[in-house]
Design a protein around this ligand. Sequence first.
Ligand SMILES: [Zn+2]
Ligand SMILES: [Zn+2]
Ligand SMILES: [Zn+2]
Length: 144
Amino acid sequence: MTSKEILSAHSLRNTNSRSDVLEVFLQKNSALSQPELEKEMHECDRVTIYRTLATFLDKGILHKVLDDAGAMKYALCSHIHCSKHYHSHDHVHFKCNLCAKTICLENLHIPPIKMPNTFLVQEVNLLIQGVCDTCGAAKTELIA
Ligand SMILES: [Zn+2]
Ligand SMILES: [Zn+2]
Ligand SMILES: [Zn+2]
């Protein structure tokens, strides 16, 4: 999907900042924090980026990704599962300790966790850390 298609699918007006933010996410294909995003943008107006992220979260274009560094990251939603006011994310996030990328593993679901009855679950996050496939492949090549 292109940034234009994503915006129109969520009935959002196509503005430069919106399509720029989306382009970065489409290109990187990994989760990004706001400072990381700002570095990639040609024009960096923090308030606009902040507002754009808030709009995308609300519309179901981006979802929050918890990161071990304590910075909130954002990743593209799969357009099939998310819509306005409804995010469905039970997938695992993976943080690579070598390239520091955090990626969505959309096909890997977090197993159901039985909570005591008196607890109300509102959000579940699972971050797995290790070596991603790209870095792992590079390493094997080095050894061979
Ligand atoms: Zn979502
Ligand atoms: Zn990696
Ligand atoms: Zn994700």
